[in-house]
Design a protein around this ligand. Structure first.
Ligand code: ES4
Ligand code: ZN
Length: 319
């Protein structure tokens, strides 16, 4: 039995497996520039975040209808449930779809057709977090929040993702303020490729309650002390860090040092179809590479529920 856990850093578009991508491409008459799934898999050698994002945005063009988003989410839920996930807080990137003419309603309602049934079908609770693309303008983010307003019964929070360097959190101060006024929870990617100062900005200017990645906090001891003191959760994604070359090899991943420093670390899969593993695969990989103890593995699972946006009475662990 896999350890019951919550997954808090998961891009639903990053769960698009090659087989499903080709199936949806055929269904929608989209031509992908790869002969077959094998040729596509050969493109999965990334040199940094941007080289991954190029493929990620290219492949997601097969997603067009409510049915596509429902199929995508159901495929993720089945895999996650099999890996012990009892609760998932799921990111989606509306701007990447709206720019191609897919309406917000199609995206949200399509995902909801799967997520609204995740408890009965997979024994999992789920939440949706809408991410702004930080390499798009602040105005575009504001328009996206406006487009989401009729759907806020389905969306619990906002996040910030895509190309980090050169797009500091400060750029999105106003839209995060509006999100807070609408009662939305706030998270942001920071310190994945960007400097530790972006983590501080996300906390101070955007009011985030949780930092996605946050890996580079380890370069700033004062920041580590603050994250420990304020119990700010970090959603780490170890296999992602290796594939995108944030760390050279898993054995050099700072996760163990971060746990020992008292940081509230969680382990997540980020874009599992691209990075070679779902969440339990990430847990097992860090256990083996870093020699984590059973107690540290349990700590990671416990942290995942603590860091979640579930209320205490919604916790599905013991059900
Ligand atoms: C992402 Cl790994 C990663 N980093 C930033 N933005 C993203 N969007 C999807 N995956
Ligand atoms: Zn991410």
């Amino acid at each position: 039995m896999p350890l019951p856990k919550a997954e808090l850093h998961l891009h639903i578009e990053g769960t698009l497996e090659p087989e499903l991508a080709f199936r949806l491409a055929a269904r929608n008459g989209v031509v992908l520039p790869y002969a077959d799934t094998e040729a596509l898999r050969e493109a999965y050698l990334f040199k940094d975040l941007q080289s991954f994002l190029n493929l990620y945005y290219e492949l997601m063009t097969v997603l067009r209808t409510e049915q596509d988003f429902e199929d995508l989410a159901n495929a993720y839920l089945a895999r996650a449930a099999a890996q012990g996930v009892r609760h998932a807080e799921i990111f989606f990137d509306p701007q990447a779809h709206i720019a191609r003419g897919v309406p917000m309603r199609t995206i949200v309602e399509g995902l909801w057709r799967a997520l609204g049934r995740s408890t009965e079908n997979h024994g999992m609770s789920t939440r949706l977090i809408m991410c702004f693309l930080r390499d798009e303008s602040a105005d575009s983010a504001l328009e996206t929040l406006e487009a989401a307003r009729p759907h806020l019964d389905r969306i619990i929070g906002v996040g910030l993702d895509s190309a980090e360097v050169g797009h500091p959190p400060a750029k999105f101060r106003e839209v995060y303020e509006m999100a807070a006024d609408l009662g939305l929870r706030r998270v942001a990617h920071a310190g994945e490729e960007g400097p530790p100062a972006y983590i501080t900005e996300a906390l101070d200017l955007l009011g985030v309650e949780r930092v996605d990645h946050g890996l580079r906090c380890m370069e700033d001891p004062d920041l580590v002390a603050r994250l420990v003191r304020e119990r700010i959760p970090l959603t780490l994604c170890p296999l992602s860090n290796v594939r995108l070359r944030a760390v050279d090899v898993l054995a050099e991943h700072p996760l163990r040092a971060m746990l020992e420093a008292g940081l509230l670390c969680t382990v997540n899969s980020d874009d599992p179809a691209y990075f070679g593993g779902y969440v339990a695969d990430n847990y097992h990989a860090v256990r083996d590479a870093l020699g984590l103890t059973k107690e540290q593995m349990r700590e990671l699972a416990r942290n995942s529920f603590r860091a979640s946006f579930l209320e205490d009475d919604e916790d599905l662990r013991s059900r």
